[in-house]
Design a protein around this ligand. Sequence first.
Ligand SMILES: [Fe+2]
Length: 437
Amino acid sequence: MEDTIHHAHPVAVRKAVEANAPPPELTLEDMASPSARVVALTTRPDAVVPGFAREPAHAGPGSRWVALMLPGGGACVAAALVEPAESSGFRADSTLDEAALRHSITISRMYVEPSYSGLDLAPMLAYLALRRGRLQQRTNAVAYMSDAGRALADLLDLRVLPELPSRRGQFARCQRLDIAIHRAYRAAGPRGQAVLRQGFIDEAVETLQQLVTPLLSTPYFMAVDDGTLSREQYIYSLSNLHQFVRWTTRLLGRAVSLSDDPELRGHFLNHLGGEVNHEVIIENDLAALGADVDVDYVVHAMVPNLGTQEFMVVQESLIGFHEDPVLFMAAPFAAEGFAANVTMRFITGLTACAKKWGVANPKKAVTFFASHVHFDGGDDGHWALTRDILAKNLPDDMRLQQFLNAVRLAMNGFIHCYASYVDELGIWTATPTAARD
Ligand SMILES: [Fe+2]
């Protein structure tokens, strides 16, 4: 090994040393309005990245500042402004309407501390700005840029949009966000990427959190909250949940067998142990709802509805076809985020509904949900462990993107199935709109 290094080309040696050197300590920040440290950098003319700083310095709704800071409350060394294109200066300059711009973000200002020499900050800053666009599910990045910004335009392959008007020597440029962020990540180099990886889990968590609100706003959680969930809707939900809960241990068993990393394998083994016979809890809840519930049908003959199967195929594809235990973790990750946000209020509401339906022992009919929510907000460190394992198993931006997709797919499945449990059974509690003659 030593011999190889000794005889290698000097550039290769330097690259190998750079790749192995610890990344400089920098923290990533993403904020709705610029902090004092960001303002300190953005008011310095020598920090402007040439090409696309624009005046005046007001930011529209939904705008975010992204920044790289020195650790321990140190100075801001790079900052950029990211905005939804339809509420940015790009809209006025381009004369495009909202419909044309709503899938795009614009980066209108960038600042880099000129005396900082640890890393090339521009691609890292571009990555952070584009990441904000990814979180907003935008597909394109646009910017008005002059020739002075050519280096960055080339780095991200921002192409001129020839149909759009030029403005004070600046031209509208555009690139697909996925391509631009790929190029920014690649250009950041091994040490810059090590800094950017610190933000991977935060992006996954924010992606998940964005979808928790729509999930808890589905008619199912609303109906439990206002006491209007019907017995038929509840039976329909438990019956459908049974369709996938009964496969959980087998899916986790597959994840165990496909995990080469002992820590990952241990995580799935532990999870598997905690899921044994959870479908039986559902069967007991169904039985507690009344003698007319055909539990045998649910267990042996029922097929899930489409919303439910939408969730199922996500996890089945990731572990069954792709045999990818890390991406498969997106399903429990989504379920955890969901469980952590369902509160005691939901269980109390559900129990009150069961009482209203005349169930003999309402508490016995809600044990599946009651055993799956974290009442005290504590989760025995499980969430921290999940984050830790993910951080070790998402080595680059492509893997992160795959995981983010999996989280969105799993959460969309949850949203569609919980909405369906109420929407599809509306007839059972419908009241006539007019009296019959
Ligand atoms: Fe469970």
